[in-house]
Design a binder for this molecule. Structure first.
Ligand code: TRP
Length: 347
């Protein structure tokens, strides 16, 4: 931060020493799955204990992909239900839908003025997504600008994100720095809050868990469906016959056991695997039961919410209301600093 540009406490309205505000977003790909839960949601739930949090369903990011319009609304509702069912608490946190707060796109446009195209073109996610595209939508290039706007609109200082988003967060800091250098110090440079589980691989044991790859389990799946999915999980490839000795340390099923199965049982599971005394199918049975048990209450809460969509709607609307009042204030100050407050010049 440059000398002499420090924003005073009075200007930010925040006290020194208070934990930074947290912002995170998730695309509305429908009901959450184990990857969303392990990689993000479970951490978000914890963060509510110690931080003021904003959790956003980023539908405007989603439209840069190929979600059919007729499915978007349902996916938003399903993700909101997953958020609430796992324990995001609307009394504590601001939970809302991005497009309900038009200031996100306004700030993104204003950030276009300070974002080098070269920085956008360097983004790995952009390069991967567009590698085989004939015609690249500008939205995919500008995606990280909108993400920066999401975070900085609330002047959040901390962002829980997975490894794949670190580069976007780095760009967010670059945008904050460039904007501050030109218009005066105003935005924080947000830092990442690392996840707890590291990279979560899907049931194929290869790719990151994701709905589009189809290698995951819905957190709201009923027991039959959990088993149908878990039975397909890839285990140690060197273990061909049931009594071959296995290697839990390379087996993704064992990694999942570490997240969901009672810690007291883990040694036993690992030892039986190494000794070849418990086959993979039996081992997966235990995992399926653990997952089933882990999400039992979550499933119950989700069922209640599904039966009462008006309640979910009221929660999202109240969240948007709170978000908007913060967002309006940021935009007011940003416009002012960028010279758009022409009325004041007219006296
Ligand atoms: N790009 C993020 C993802 O795909 C989602 C996202 C949008 C986000 N805005 C954000 C994450 C702001 C953190 C903060 O996972």
């Amino acid at each position: 931060m440059a000398e002499g540009q420090m924003t005073t406490e009075a200007e930010t309205g925040r006290e020194v020493g208070v934990s930074p505000r947290v912002f995170s977003g998730m695309q509305p790909s429908g009901e959450a799955h184990l990857g969303n839960y392990l990689g993000a949601l479970r951490r978000w739930v914890e963060l509510q204990e110690s931080h003021e949090c904003f959790f956003c369903i980023v539908d405007q990011h989603a439209i840069t992909g190929d979600i059919p319009a007729e499915e978007l609304a349902t996916r938003i509702l399903d993700l909101a239900i997953s958020f609430l069912a796992v324990g995001l608490d609307p009394e504590r946190s601001v939970i809302f839908v991005q497009s309900d707060v038009p200031e996100h796109t306004e700030l993104a446009w204003l950030f276009n003025a300070v974002t080098p195209v070269g920085s956008l073109e360097r983004m790995t996610q952009y390069k991967d997504k567009t590698a085989r595209m004939e015609s690249i939508p500008a939205g995919l290039l500008n995606y990280p600008i909108l993400q920066a706007a999401d975070i900085l609109l609330y002047r959040a200082g901390a962002v829980p994100v997975g490894e794949d988003q670190l580069q976007h967060l780095e760009l967010t800091r670059e945008i904050a720095r460039r904007w501050n250098a030109r218009y005066g110090d105003f935005f924080p440079e947000p830092v990442a809050i690392p996840g707890v589980g590291g990279r979560i691989l899907g049931l194929d044991g290869k790719a990151k868990m994701s709905k589009s790859v189809g290698n995951t389990v819905r957190i709201l799946a009923e027991p039959d469906e959990i088993w149908d999915r878990v039975r397909t999980a890839v285990t140690d490839p060197q273990r061909v016959r049931r009594d071959d000795p296995g290697r839990p340390e390379v087996c993704n099923v064992f990694t999942l056991h570490q997240h969901f199965t009672n810690p007291d049982r883990l040694d036993d599971i690992a030892n039986q695997c190494r000794a070849g005394t418990r086959g993979c199918v039996a081992c997966k049975r235990i995992l399926a039961e653990s997952i089933e048990e882990h999400f039992r209450e979550v499933r119950e809460r989700a069922a209640e919410l599904k039966a009462d969509p008006r309640r979910v709607r009221a929660i999202l609307e109240a969240g948007a209301e709170r978000a908007r009042s913060e967002a309006r204030e940021t935009i007011r100050q940003v416009r002012d600093r960028m010279g758009m407050d022409w009325r004041s010049a007219w006296g």
